[in-house]
Design a protein around this ligand. Sequence first.
Ligand SMILES: Nc1ncnc2c1ncn2[C@@H]1O[C@H](COP(=O)(O)OP(=O)(O)OP(=O)(O)O)[C@@H](O)[C@H]1O
Ligand SMILES: [Mg+2]
Length: 277
Amino acid sequence: MKAIEVEHLSFSYETGENEEKKNILHDLSFSVEQGESIAFIGPNGSGKSTLMKLLVALLEKDEGKITLLGQELNEDSVDDLRKKMGIIFQNPDNQFIGATVRDDIAFGLENRLIPHEDMEDIVREYALKVGMIDFLDKEPSSLSGGQKQRVAIAGVLSMKPEIVYMDEATAMLDPKGRKEIMELTSLMKKENPNMTILMVTHHMEEALLCDRIIVLHEGKAYLEGTPLYVFSHEQELKEIGLDLPFNLKLKSALKKEDFSFDEDEDIKEIMKNICHA
Ligand SMILES: Nc1ncnc2c1ncn2[C@@H]1O[C@H](COP(=O)(O)OP(=O)(O)OP(=O)(O)O)[C@@H](O)[C@H]1O
Ligand SMILES: [Mg+2]
């Protein structure tokens, strides 16, 4: 089954000046299979966050159709569909409200009317999964950025969402924190093969871990395909100002991940070896 189907989606922001509209997404179409992980990449301002907001109905589309898990997203279905979605934001500080890590993980469960006697077990199960079991009584504000994101992920996972959105969830983290969250994301994918993950990222090494990449540019899907396909279109990526010098960055990111290759090797060959490894 398709988890997400976006057909001819258009969206503009009202700018306020003379009621002018600023067109962000224009006739955008794509679909995502259940269990697939998709990375959205694209220049600053290309509409990645806007798209995520449209998909969780925080913004209202101008035109087009969004179907999630077989149901069209509209006023009637939004409450039901929201229960099946989890969102992890860029700034972990914005997603905490509880006095302790335990409260924060439990917050979503409380909203879903999970019986109180089951709550502690569920909270512990997910705290353990994300490596935060020893922090349950700590104040969220005392945690590092990476630890905060782990707690946020535990909260989202505990609700067993069918679709998870991550909008630059690692942007505020140092390389170590980023790596940890990426490992956790891979684990989460492995443990939940039917969970669909949509992530927005500026880090190519994160996009590399996804099944498919969609490059947004000027309101449309500029390039779309496997990481191998997208990253082998070096020139096209350069043309939209994406991450120059792209090869160098990619090579150094791959090195950090302990992939070995010859410095002069063509990026296409390197990608082929990695993707087929
Ligand atoms: N509330 C708003 N009102 C008007 N314009 C907005 C609003 N939010 C975003 N925009 C504009 O819409 C465009 C797309 O923004 P968006 O945040 O979706 O881009 P993005 O691809 O997520 O960028 P980044 O990589 O910097 O996070 C930008 O030009 C931005 O300035
Ligand atoms: Mg953004």
